[in-house]
Design a binder for this molecule. Structure first.
Ligand SMILES: Nc1nc(=O)c2c([nH]1)NC[C@@H]1CN(c3ccc(C(=O)N[C@@H](CCC(=O)O)C(=O)O)cc3)C=[N+]21
Length: 362
C-alpha cells in the first residue's frame, strides 16, 4: 500500500518533441508502417528518435530507445482537433441531407470550479463542431428530484440526442438514481449500467462507450499502436475510467491486468506491460522503474500541483512521472494535451452517433 501511494515530485521540464502520429495513418490501401520502422526518417519537420531493434521474445516492443532516448509524445490535442474536424464535416452533411442538428444537454449541479471549467470547455467544443448545446446549472442545494425532472425533460426532447450529468454530484445526491434516469439512447457518457453491462459482455454492443476510455483507445488506434495480444495494465478501477478502459482493452484482444489500491506488487505488474493506462489521480505515482522499455503510456490523470511560477499558482501533471517516462517508454501522452482533449472529442462523437442512430442516418 505504502509503495503504491509513494511518489516524489518529478517536475516536467524535459524537452520533448511533439509528434502527431496520426500523420502516419496509412491512407486507403496502403500497408501500415509501424513507427519503429520509420527510424530516422524526417517526417513533417520532425525526426523520430533513433530506435534500436531488440530481440525481445515478445514481438512488442520491437523498438527500444537507445542513448538519450526520448519517447514520442502522443499529441492528443492535435488528434482531438482532427477528430473534431471529421465530426464537423459529418454534422454539416447530416444537416444538409436531413436537416437534423445534433443536440447535447449538460446538467451541472453546484459550483465546483473544475466542473464549471469542464462544462465551459464542452460548450465551446460543441460550438466548434456545430452541436447545439443545452445547459442547465443548478445550485448546490438542489434536490435529487429537481435534477431528475430536468433529465426527464431532456429524455423526452427530440432535439436532445445526448445527456450528460457532470460528475461528481453534490454528496447529498444519489449518483446511481440520477445516472439510471438518463435514457440509454441518450447516455453519451456511457455511464448507464445497461451500457456498461453490454460493454462487459462478449457478443453484446453498448450504445455508447465512456468518453475517456474510448479516447485512450482512439489514441492508440490513430497512432497505429497494436493492442491485440499485448500485455496491458490499467492502473485504477473507477467506474468511469479504469474499469471501462480494461473492458475496452479486452475487447481489443489485449491481455489485461488491473492494478489498484489493494494490489500488493503494483510496480512488478506494471513493469511487465506493453501498454499502460493510468487513471488514479496521484501525481507522479508511476515512476520510471514501473515502465518496461518501449512501453506505450496513456496517462489519464489530471492532477493540480502547487507551482508558484505558474500564473494560476498550480500546474497540471499526470499520474506518470513524465520526464522519466520519456526516457524509457516508446510513446507517452502529455498532461495537459493528451487524454483530456480526447475525452471531449469522444463526447462530441457519441453525440453525433446518437443523432445518426435516432434518425437512421448513415
Ligand atoms: N459526466 C461526466 N463526464 C465527463 O466526461 C467528466 C465528468 N463528468 N466530470 C469530470 C471529468 C473530467 N473530464 C475532463 C474533460 C476534459 C479535460 C481536458 O480537456 N483537459 C485539458 C485541459 C486541462 C486544463 O488546462 O485545465 C487537457 O488535459 O489538456 C479534462 C477533464 C471530463 N469529466
Amino acid at each position: 500500500m505504502a509503495s503504491y501511494m509513494a511518489f516524489t515530485d518529478c517536475s516536467t521540464s524535459a524537452p520533448t518533441r511533439t509528434f502527431l502520429f496520426s500523420r502516419f495513418r496509412p491512407r486507403r490501401g496502403l500497408p501500415s508502417i509501424p513507427p519503429h520502422l520509420l527510424q530516422g526518417l524526417p517526417v513533417a519537420g520532425f525526426r523520430l528518435p533513433s530506435l534500436r531493434i531488440t530481440n525481445s521474445p515478445s514481438s512488442f516492443p520491437k523498438a527500444a530507445i537507445s542513448t538519450e532516448a526520448s519517447a514520442m509524445v502522443i499529441d492528443g490535442k492535435s488528434i482531438a482537433k482532427e477528430i473534431r474536424h471529421e465530426i464537423t464535416t459529418e454534422i454539416s452533411r447530416m444537416k444538409d441531407e436531413i436537416g437534423v442538428i445534433p443536440g447535447l444537454a449538460v446538467i451541472l449541479v453546484g459550483d465546483r470550479k473544475d466542473s464549471a471549467t469542464y462544462v465551459r470547455n464542452k460548450k465551446k467544443a460543441c460550438e466548434s463542431v456545430g452541436v447545439k448545446s443545452y445547459e442547465v446549472c443548478l445550485p448546490e442545494d438542489s434536490t435529487e428530484e429537481e435534477v431528475l425532472k430536468f433529465i426527464s425533460g431532456f429524455n423526452d426532447d427530440p432535439e436532445v440526442h445526448g445527456i450528460l450529468v457532470q460528475l461528481p454530484l453534490p454528496s447529498h445526491m444519489n449518483e446511481q438514481n440520477i445516472l439510471n434516469a438518463v435514457s440509454i439512447e441518450k447516455d453519451v457518457d456511457g455511464f448507464h449500467p445497461l451500457n456498461i453491462g453490454r460493454l462487459a459482455m462478449r457478443g453484446r454492443e453498448p450504445l455508447f462507450v465512456p468518453c475517456t476510455p474510448k479516447g485512450c483507445i482512439e489514441l492508440l488506434h490513430r497512432c497505429d499502436i497494436d493492442i491485440k495480444g499485448k500485455q496491458a495494465v490499467v492502473i485504477g478501477r473507477s467506474n468511469i475510467v479504469g474499469m471501462p478502459a480494461a473492458l475496452l482493452l479486452l475487447r481489443e484482444d489485449a491481455t489485461v491486468s488491473i492494478v489498484h489500491s489493494r494490489t500488493k506488487n503494483p510496480e512488478e505488474i506494471t513493469s511487465q506491460a506493453d501498454i499502460i493506462i493510468s487513471a488514479v489521480g496521484q501525481p507522479n505515482m508511476v515512476r520510471g522503474s514501473w515502465i518496461k522499455p518501449g512501453a506505450v503510456i496513456i496517462d489519464v490523470g489530471i492532477n493540480p500541483v502547487e507551482d508558484a511560477t505558474s500564473p494560476r499558482g498550480y500546474r497540471l501533471v499526470g499520474d506518470v512521472c513524465y520526464e522519466e517516462a520519456c526516457k524509457i517508454a516508446s510513446a507517452v501522452t502529455p498532461v495537459p494535451g493528451g487524454v483530456g482533449p480526447m475525452t471531449i472529442a469522444m463526447l462530441l462523437s457519441n453525440t453525433l452517433s446518437s443523432a445518426k442512430r435516432m434518425h437512421n442516418f448513415q
